[in-house]
Write a protein that binds this ligand. Structure first.
Ligand code: HEC
Length: 150
C-alpha cells in the first residue's frame, strides 16, 4: 500500500524525453499495471516462464530446445523455469545485458560456482560444444522474450 519514493530516479528533463524508451530497457522488473495490487512488490525478481510455452516454440529454436532438454533441463527445468536442482534461466538476472551469451558458453564449459542462488555449484556439462551451447542460448533467449525479458 505505502509507496516509498524510489531511489535512482532520473532528472526530470532527461526523464521526460527518455522515460518511454528507458522503461523498455530498464532492468527494474516492474510488473504490468494489470498485475493485481496484492502480489509481491515490484522489486521481487521471480518472474518465470509459464510451463507449456515451450510447446509452442517456433521451428528456428527447435534444435536448441532439444539440446537444452538433453543437457540442461534436468536442473534448469523443461521450459527454463527452474527445478530444485537449478535456477530458472528465464529470469531477469539472465537477461542478455546481465548474462551475455558468453556466460552460457563458460557455464557449460567450466561449470558455475554458486553465487546467485542456493542450489550449489553447476558442474561442467561434458560433451557440450560451443556450437551446441549457442543453439541452446537461442532457445533460452526465445523463452525469455516470451515473458518480456530482452
Ligand atoms: C546439475 C545441474 C545443472 C545442469 C545439468 C546445468 N546447470 Fe546451469 N546452473 C546450475 C546451477 C545450480 C546454477 C546456479 C549457480 C549460481 O548460484 O549462480 C546454474 C547456473 C547457470 C548459468 C548462470 C551462469 C552465471 O554466470 O551466473 C547459466 C548460463 C547456466 N547455468 C547454463 C546452463 C546450460 C546452458 C546448461 C546445459 C548445457 C546447464 N546450465 C546445465 C545447475 C545446472
Amino acid at each position: 500500500m505505502t509507496k516509498r519514493s524510489r531511489p535512482g530516479y532520473w532528472p526530470v528533463g532527461a526523464a521526460l524525453l527518455l522515460s518511454i524508451a528507458g522503461a523498455a530497457c530498464s532492468a527494474e522488473p516492474e510488473p504490468p499495471s494489470s498485475a493485481p495490487a496484492t502480489t509481491a512488490p515490484p522489486t521481487d525478481e521471480t518472474q518465470v516462464v509459464l510451463r507449456g510455452i515451450a510447446a509452442t516454440s517456433p521451428p528456428e529454436v527447435a534444435v536448441g530446445k532439444t539440446l537444452f532438454e538433453q543437457n540442461c533441463s534436468v536442473c534448469h527445468g523443461p521450459a527454463g523455469d527452474g527445478t530444485t536442482q537449478g535456477p530458472p534461466l528465464v529470469h531477469i538476472i539472465y537477461e542478455p545485458n546481465h548474462h551475455a551469451d558468453v556466460a552460457f558458453l563458460l557455464a557449460a564449459r567450466n561449470g558455475v560456482q554458486a553465487h546467485h542462488w542456493r542450489f550449489g555449484d553447476m558442474p561442467p556439462v561434458p560433451g557440450v560444444t560451443d556450437e551446441i551451447v549457442l543453439e541452446i542460448v537461442g532457445y533460452i533467449r526465445w523463452l525469455q522474450r516470451q515473458v518480456g525479458i530482452e
